[in-house]
Ligand binder design. Structure first.
Ligand code: CAA
Length: 383
């Protein structure tokens, strides 16, 4: 068993860390306060070969392995979850999904545009009444001979306001549940594809774009089908298998970001005539946090490694997402406490980490759903 990163993985980690620390971190607080996504970072990600990292080079990607991709998500998550969330939806839920399921024509048309960041991608699965139970979706795909008519509503669609391409999931027959679902590649300037910002102010990820999309008789050609009719649920689930790896790695980054902040603060803050880090109670907090970060990281790298070997990863990825997001939630809570009043204000980033991490426990399948996936894999289907 080899725990060392390869020279190439180390190079990608260093590049991602420099970009995250020098270009993402300085604008993270402002983006969070203004609620505006720092879109100028997208061409930079593309220039650095990080925007569509795991995509094959022939489609404009960097062909990086999944361990490198996890390192990249971790470095971004360590400073700004909104930017990490943007990337994992664009690169993983959309670009890699097209690479897996698309026809050669679809790949040639869309992947280079996505890799260069000229087009942004979004993944439209969730509906008001179909969140955890994704197969209960009501958005309809009506077969009209040479085209489909899509009608319905999707919510909480990350990148949904600026995306030029959406993977839209819709059903031909709601009563067939997952067997009726189709996936479509919809160009967002198609008439009938209408987007709106989500109402209300969100707890975290305030710089992320979250859209409500209404499909009002949106007409798409048969050639827009991604995979075969009825295969859409498998398209969605296989994309989430990869997407959840990026979320797990992002959570490792948040947990590490909390630990980094706590170490600095525990060294510099003095109370009762000594550094607060010299109190055993805080030392225990830091030690527990470090142990959880390590465990979360190892589970995440294992899931990435399994993907690189082409081995089944559904259970390992759900374990990584479950453990890493729960560990980061605890780390963020402890980090705010350790910083006292300062941690409660946005003077320090731990307050933002604390708000953002809740989102990671929810999106791309809640912690409850990860437990369902793990338990079903343990128990198998009833014979
Ligand atoms: N890969 C490929 N196929 C899979 C699969 C996977 N990981 N998981 C299941 N399938 C297949 C099954 O094999 C089955 O196919 P067969 O009928 O041929 O056997 C079919 O899909 C149905 O599977 P289930 O019976 O397990 O389906 P279910 O309805 O019980 O649901 C679930 C399973 C795991 C709970 C699923 O509904 C789920 O993951 N829910 C959470 C949804 C989710 O994560 N939503 C987040 C959306 S994206 C987002 O958060 C924000 C954003 O902007 C991106």
């Amino acid at each position: 068993m080899d725990f060392a990163l390869t020279p190439e993985q180390q190079r990608i980690q260093a590049r991602a860390r420099r970009f995250a620390q020098e270009e993402v971190a300085p604008v993270a607080r402002q983006a969070d306060e203004s609620g505006v996504f720092p879109a100028h970072l997208v061409p930079r990600l593309a220039e650095l070969g990080l925007l569509a990292g795991p995509l094959e080079q022939r489609y404009g990607g960097s062909g990086m392995d999944f361990v490198s991709y996890a390192l990249l998500c971790e470095e971004l998550g360590r400073v700004d979850s909104s930017v990490r969330g943007f990337l994992t939806v664009h690169a993983s839920l959309v670009a890699l999904c097209i690479q897996e399921w698309g026809t050669e024509e679809q790949k040639q048309r869309y992947l280079p545009l996505l890799a260069r960041g000229e087009w942004i991608g979004c993944y439209a699965l969730t509906e008001a009444q179909a969140g955890s139970d994704a197969a209960s979706m009501q958005t309809l795909a009506k077969d009209e001979g040479d085209h489909f008519l899509l009608s319905g509503e999707k919510i909480w669609i990350t990148n949904g306001l600026s995306a030029r391409l959406a993977i839209v999931f819709a059903t031909q027959a709601p009563e067939k549940r997952h067997k009726g679902i189709c996936a479509f590649l919809v160009e967002t300037d198609t008439p009938g594809f209408v987007r709106h910002p989500m109402p209300g102010k969100e707890l975290g990820h305030r710089a992320s774009e979250h859209a409500r999309i209404t499909l009002e008789g949106c007409r798409v050609p048969k050639s827009a089908l991604l995979g075969e009719p009825g295969e859409g649920f498998k398209v969605a689930m296989s994309a989430l298998d990869r997407g959840r790896l990026g979320v797990a790695a992002g959570a490792v980054g948040i947990a590490q970001g909390c630990l980094d902040a706590c170490i600095v603060y525990a060294r510099e803050r003095r109370q009762f005539g000594q550094r607060i880090g010299d109190f055993q109670m805080l030392q225990a907090t830091l030690a527990d946090m470090a142990a959880s970060v390590d465990a979360a990281r190892l589970l995440t790298y294992r899931a990435a490694w399994l993907k690189d070997q082409g081995l089944p990863t559904t259970r390992a990825t759900s374990i990584a997402k479950l453990f890493a997001t729960e560990a980061a939630m605890k780390a963020a809570s402890e980090a705010v406490l350790l910083h006292g009043n300062r941690g409660y204000s946005n003077e320090y980033p731990v307050e933002r980490f604390y708000r953002d991490i809740k989102g990671l426990q929810i999106y791309e399948g809640t912690s409850h759903i990860q437990r369902v996936i793990i338990a079903r894999d343990l128990l198998g289907k009833e014979k």
